[in-house]
Design a protein around this ligand. Structure first.
Ligand code: PLP
Length: 389
């Protein structure tokens, strides 16, 4: 009998949607021109990129000239932070981020810390949320940049971005937000949001991997990280990846269609059924992250006294793809920095499991997970010192 396959790791990456793939294919073949060439092949590719730029810009309420395509969400984060810090005319070396950022932000800030910048990592509450008050207290006269994620990849919590951005604006400090997990899954409108830069990545919204975008508010100057032919308004040189940019544009159109079709309500309904079902069926389990201020497709739980990795591997065996919060680096299992910052102890943080749904997730998929997950935990607990309680 063939095992059922249920992919619940959409926060890690999403499949490329059929319409996205179909839009991309011609740009590998007859539409292969270099968009910087003046002949018809070049002009066709340029037109396709322009259309994609309009579409991606429209997804977040930006103007097309405010969107720069990059090689990934990580590349956009690096460009935003290093580019802004190096271009800053303000005197000061103080930069602020939160304790729960993705490594693309976290490690960039740590690196800048080693280069002489003074870094503040803001604390979060038990849901993983950054509080405006703590930002207010942290900003100094020599602060030049703040970067706080729109929504967290591990626990799905959405930050009060409008309030955080307003504080930065009042203090005339640049504000960047990493919206990789949020863009395409919830409405974002930078024309009404006090955000100066915002990161997006196509592969989290049914687009291809290896293509990102950075929204840069008109008038903001960044120092380029990649010098060369001056593509992307001179901010990110390198011949444009036309097929992936076209795919990104199509993914942005798809995101709008899904939203209009009521996908946000459908998916958050299934997610709630999954989370409620897990808590009900698995003793000593609890939801991590905020239950309401949460990405619609995002579920995450902790199961006490069980290794998340153990659950992941057994889930994989029965055809279910999830992820756990700990990163296995060089043989040692480090618990997630996000869960530790939220106040969880090491042992509990080790029992974290992330289940993130997608547009193709069905009610039957959720029912299957609700059958298998408790069974797996039960088996693992029988082999562990867990005595219940
Ligand atoms: C919040 C967040 N930022 C940045 C990234 C990096 O994006 P990319 O994989 O496109 O480099 C990810 C990917 O998981 C993410 O979740």
């Amino acid at each position: 009998m063939e095992t059922r396959k249920v992919y619940l790791d959409h926060s890690a990456t999403t499949p490329v949607a059929e319409e996205v793939l179909n839009a991309m294919i011609p740009y590998f073949t007859e539409g292969m021109g270099n968009p910087n060439s003046l002949h018809q092949w070049g002009r066709d590719a340029r037109r396709a990129i322009d259309e994609a730029r309009e579409s991606v810009a429209g997804l977040v309420g930006a103007g097309p000239h405010e969107i720069v395509f990059t090689g990934s969400g990580s590349a956009s984060d690096n460009l935003a932070i290093k580019g802004a810090v190096w271009a800053s005319k303000r005197v000061g070396k103080h930069i602020i981020t939160s304790a729960v950022e993705h490594h693309a932000i976290m490690d960039t800030f740590k690196w800048l810390g080693k280069k002489g910048y003074d870094v503040t990592f803001l604390p979060v509450d038990k849901y993983g949320m950054v509080h405006p008050e703590s930002l207010k207290e942290a900003i100094r006269d020599d602060t030049i940049l703040v970067s706080i994620m729109y929504a967290n990849n591990e626990v799905g919590t959405i930050n009060p971005i409008a309030e955080l951005g307003t504080i930065c604006r009042e203090r005339k400090v640049l504000f960047h937000t990493d919206a990789v997990q949020a863009a395409g899954h919830m409405p974002i409108d930078v024309s009404h949001l006090p955000v100066d830069m915002l990161t997006i990545s196509a592969h989290k919204m049914y687009g291809p991997k290896g293509i990102g975008a950075l929204y840069i508010r008109k008038g903001i100057k960044l120092t380029p990280l990649v010098h060369g032919g001056g593509q992307e308004y001179g901010i990110r040189s390198g011949t444009e990846n036309t097929p992936s940019i076209v795919g990104f544009g199509e993914a942005a159109r798809l995101a709008r269609r899904l939203h209009e079709r009521g996908e946000t309500d459908r998916i958050s309904g299934l997610r709630d059924k999954l989370l409620d079902g897990i808590i009900e069926r698995i003793p000593d389990s609890f939801v991590t992250g905020h239950r309401v201020e949460r990405l619609p497709y995002h579920g995450s739980v902790c199961v006490r006294l069980i290794e998340g990795e153990g659950i992941l591997l057994r889930m994989d065996y029965v055809g279910i793809g999830v992820s756990s919060g700990s990163a296995c680096t060089s043989g040692s299992l480090e618990p997630s920095h996000v869960l530790l910052a939220m106040g969880l102890d090491h042992a509990t943080a080790h029992g974290s499991v992330r289940l993130t749904l997608g547009k193709d997730t069905t009610e039957e998929d959720i029912d299957y997970v609700l059958e298998e997950f408790p069974r797996i935990v039960d088996t693992l607990r029988k082999m562990s010192p867990y005595k219940g309680g």
